[in-house]
Design a protein around this ligand. Structure first.
Ligand code: GLN
Ligand code: ZN
Length: 769
């Protein structure tokens, strides 16, 4: 596989770069601005400095064309709303008075004005601010920020390519503004929006842009014929704009499917496609449409969402095939590098044996440049890099660090029966009723209680060696006693220990399971200034020792009421980690399930009668294409059952889910075979209770009656009204009373008052039965 000289023009590019800087400068500057410590000018200077340094890093790594407009103070979808003039009416005044403060008000809300809703960016862990549109929306072009950043990069001698959220994706991600009919379809605004995009394109052209990238990840989802027609119309019209830069339409996260033909036939000059595993079908699809003769193809061969080094040989083979299918082939990551941490060389604590397998954003830019060089000048010119890459890959493939024979043998021996509880739910339910002796409409919480500054300080002191393990343990025990005694006093029926020992519901377990590697600086933007550090799953998973048992038993020793054991489920563990890419995810899930099963069984053996296995990520991990749902749900539900099916019939298994609408996965929820599920429901007025009822869901459920995402204290009347609403759908003997989610982000005062009201509401409604 030697690259042909026909690729002499191959260039290296990326669609976006991590925003925060090496030392999280952006987070500090933005939060400092919010607190009044940093002036607007200082914030702008920090931002410009970060952009300069990012472009410099990219150019130094050998990236020929750098992105502009990918930087953001908070979120690039919100930036697009500003660009097309859709500031909601409730924020207009603040925005006109001061654009920066108005921008942050839209993102975070103020005392009096609600922010835009926030939701997940496709199937990543990044969250964007949802545009609010309606039939009266008037768009207007404001290209100021895009043009300014383009000019900055040009002035520094770079070859920039502005990146903008495309018009289809913008409208498909939007929702009806408050007060607009729920069935309003933002896509009906396309004809009004296109002239605004045309204006922006003209401005960028005038400012010196040769190419502009329009991101259309919404086109990798299943789209109706009408939506595909809209895409055809949009790009026909934008293509017809005179005085415009060349257009590159970018897709990522999955295959383009039917939209490929539409875009291939459009007048746009270039397409960017994902050729990693997630978009692998693009290769055949591209051949099937006859390639992209005369167009530029940007090939996303380096995985932009995971942290493993690229397989150069494999990528060069793909690129070699693509050379015959397009007028010109360039090399890129599969998506913006926003979704990976900045620099693996900063991870000095990671075993160098493992670190050589890791590629964060900086390493990926080098990979992209190397592949482009190999493509343009022949693979001999990258012989040394190829040899090093082969050696790194071989060291991973053969490493005992990734393979544990005992784990392999155990997963291979799993049978279907291992993942089934017997007897049936109906019999179990009777046994649990007798064993637990709970009242009708039992009250409980989701697990965590307020994570106070004191607890965080104790953890920091332990890390810094200012207190020893025994001192820390005392601190945690104090907290557990307080949480238990408060719940007893309040009259909660099924108690929790409060999770004071957990920094994070995934990291806490990752630190105790084999196969995981923690990063020190591996921050990834979740939303705004919130960054997370997903742990890296590098090897086979096992649980050397019990992880939660001593805390749960300590809590149980303080009370005669049942204390719920609390675990994070296998799907959520994987969803919020960087997972290995050298075996199917379902295999990794099975290993995780067996490790967690050991913990579930140990909790039961230690006297725990109720065990909750949280799966808040079950819905969000659903693949983007409906055709892939069944395969995912099969291994996802199997791994949950495998985790929970080793217990006695009278041990009650709970699960919990939040952050989503569940209407389309009720069957999967049923397939978990959990005895009780708690779900987020307060904001949607118990809609999920109706959805469960419509499906004929046979088990117990606790749709949340307290919206814990807000500091507001629900009155007991309010909670009781929601409960009565729940009773319309779920019979009293199967309805639980609980908040929407854990209380770790809440303060104690509102937690006390709200939980008291919740118990009063439960008693009141019980009395009616
Ligand atoms: N048990 C966890 C808690 O209470 C659940 C968190 C979640 O669902 N995200 O915090
Ligand atoms: Zn939750």
């Amino acid at each position: 596989m030697t690259a042909k000289p026909a690729a002499a023009a191959a260039r290296a590019t990326v669609y976006g770069y991590p925003r925060q800087g090496q030392n999280r400068e952006l987070k500090k500057a933005v939060e400092g601005y919010w607190k009044g410590h940093v002036t607007a000018d200082a914030l702008r200077e920090t931002a410009a400095g970060l952009r300069r340094s990012h472009w410099r890093q990219l150019a130094d790594a050998g990236i020929h064309e750098v992105p502009t407009g990918d930087f953001s103070y908070y979120d690039h979808v919100l930036d697009t709303s500003v660009m097309v003039g859709t500031v909601p009416a409730r924020h207009r005044e603040a925005f006109d008075a001061d654009a920066l403060d108005g921008y942050f008000a839209m993102a975070r809300g103020t005392q009096d004005v609600a922010p835009l809703e926030m939701t997940k960016w496709f199937d990543t862990n990044y969250h964007y601010l949802v545009p609010e549109l309606g039939p009266d929306t008037v768009f207007s072009a404001d290209s100021t920020q895009q043009v300014a950043e383009l000019k900055e990069a040009l002035a520094l001698g770079h070859t920039p390519r502005p990146v903008i959220v495309g018009p289809l994706t913008y409208l498909l991600l939007a929702k009806p503004a408050p007060g607009v009919a729920a069935d309003f379809e933002p896509l009906t605004l396309l004809d009004r929006l296109l002239p605004v995009y045309a204006d922006v394109l003209a401005d960028l052209h005038a400012a010196g842009a040769a190419w502009v990238q329009l991101d259309e990840p919404a086109l990798v989802q299943d789209r109706t014929p009408a939506e595909l027609n809209a895409a055809a119309r949009a790009y026909r019209e934008l293509g017809a704009v005179t005085d415009r830069p060349k257009l590159l339409v970018a897709s990522y996260f999955d295959r383009l499917g039917d939209a490929l033909k539409v875009l291939a036939a459009s007048p746009v000059e270039g397409l960017a496609l994902d050729f990693t595993d997630s978009g692998a079908a693009n290769l055949d699809d591209l051949a099937a449409v006859g390639g992209l003769p005369g167009k530029r193809l940007v090939a996303g061969v380096v995985d932009g969402r995971n942290i493993w080094i690229n397989d150069y040989q494999k990528s060069l083979a793909t690129l070699g095939t693509l050379l015959g299918l397009a007028g010109r082939v360039d090399v890129a990551a599969s998506c913006s590098l926003l979704h990976v941490p900045l620099d693996a060389t900063a991870e000095r604590d990671i075993d160098p044996q493992i670190r050589r397998w890791l590629a964060f954003a900086r390493q990926k830019t080098t990979e992209i440049a190397t592949l482009a060089r190999g493509l343009a000048q022949g693979t001999d010119t990258i012989a040394a890099e190829l040899a090093a890459n082969r050696a790194d890959l071989a060291s991973r493939a053969g490493s005992p660090l990734t393979r544990d024979p005992a784990v392999r043998a155990r997963t291979a021996a799993v049978t279907d029966a291992d993942g089934r509880r017997s007897p049936s739910y109906a019999e179990r339910s009777a046994a649990q009723r007798a064993h637990l002796g709970l009242p009708v409409l039992p009250t409980t919480t989701i697990g965590s209680f307020p994570q106070t500054d004191e607890l965080r300080l104790a953890r920091a002191a332990l890390r810094a060696g200012r207190i020893d393990a025994a001192g820390y343990e005392e601190r945690i025990k104090d907290e557990i006693r307080e949480v238990i005694s408060f719940q007893e006093k309040t009259g909660v029926d099924v108690l929790v220990h409060g999770e004071p020992e957990r920094n994070d519901m995934v990291q806490y377990f990752a630190e105790q399971l084999t196969g995981y590697v923690a990063t020190r600086h591996g921050w990834v933007q979740s939303y705004g200034t919130r960054y997370v550090r997903p742990p890296v799953l590098a090897g086979d998973i096992s649980r050397p020792e019990p992880m939660t048992v001593r805390w749960t038993t300590y809590a149980q020793a303080q009370t005669s009421r049942p204390v719920k054991g609390m675990l994070t489920g296998p799907v959520t563990m994987l969803a919020w980690s960087f997972v290995r890419d050298d075996q199917p995810l379902g295999d990794t899930a099975r290993q995780m399930a067996l490790a967690l099963r050991d913990e579930v069984n140990d909790l039961e053996a230690a006297g725990t009668s109720v065990i909750q296995v949280d799966e808040p990520a079950l819905r969000e991990t659903l693949p983007l294409r409906a055709a892939d749902h069944a395969a995912y749900l099969a291994w996802a539900t199997e791994s949950f059952r495998l985790t929970t099916s080793g217990v006695r019939p009278d041990t009650q298994i709970h699960t919990h889910m939040c952050y989503a609408e569940f209407g389309d996965i009720v069957q999967a929820i049923d397939d978990l075979d959990a005895d009780v599920i708690s779900l987020e429901a307060a904001r949607s007025h118990m809609q999920v209770a109706d959805e469960l009822a419509a499906h004929g869901y046979p088990r117990e459920a606790g749709p949340g009656v307290w919206d814990i995402h807000s500091p507001r204290i629900p009155s007991s009347d309010e909670a009781a009204a929601l409960l009565r609403k729940g009773l319309d759908a779920i019979p009293a003997e199967r309805l639980w009373v609980n908040p929407d989610c854990g209380l770790k982000t809440r303060g104690w005062p509102e937690t006390r008052a709200s939980l008291e009201n919740l118990v009063i509401a439960a008693r009141e409604v019980r009395a009616e039965w």
